[in-house]
Write a new protein. Sequence first.
Length: 281
Amino acid sequence: MKNIIKYSLAVLMLGFVHVTYGQVDPKDPITIDSKDYYQHGYNKDGGPGLPQEVRDSVTVTSTVKYFVLPDPAVSPEYKYDTPSNTVDFSKVNSTFAWSLINSRGTAAGTTPIVSVTWNTTGIDSLKVKETPKTGTCAGKETTIPVAVIAKPEIGFNPNGGLYSDGACYAQTQVTAGIDYPFAVTLTTQSSQVLVDYTVTKDGTDYSPLNGTDVPVSVTGGNITLHFTDYGKYVITVTKVTDRVSRKSEVEGVITPAGKQFEYDVMKPVQTGPIYRIPNNY
């Protein structure tokens, strides 16, 4: 039985600086370099039940891009979605000064788009000030609050050797399938945790049991493997992400790193018949 569980993700949002010009619906994307940017606090489809963020949440060590709409009165010919889907600021008649209030990352730039690398966890605010290239009437700073959170972590207790629950399984049991829960613990400040893992059987990759995008409760839980053959199985967790780390394109931490869990689906011993040995042997 193939243990691949596909999971429907809630839409991931990039932080977006709030402006009040009204030339775009805040639920509609700004498209730059073929990627969609959504104004902070709005989901991609605007549907009910999806998470709204008080702050823009990002994962530590991530590099995230932010974009601010130029004042349309200053740059009336600038179009945020260019026909070629490439960044072209030749029609922008202002410069932009980006900075961080609490210095939890690095942000510097003079165009409407900036890349921020977030280095330490905690609360920060990204701010930008627009100044026309002609004249000195700078605008007020626009800010977006940012929460820099730790990477998600997944932990488990590797058994350090061959493990069996002490049972010897009859062929009928194995044919019907044996479910074994592989226990994990999770640490995350986000939600919608996904786990990937690989399985080998008798030292060879066993793709029917490989897990891709397996959802796990944020309080921890089990990944249930379904064995339908005898053999020694080795389970290796390869990746863990949560909603924010996927948005930030950052993978989580696996503890203990490089460790594995082993499970042996054992055959009952089939003792042969007894033979009498002749006395003159």
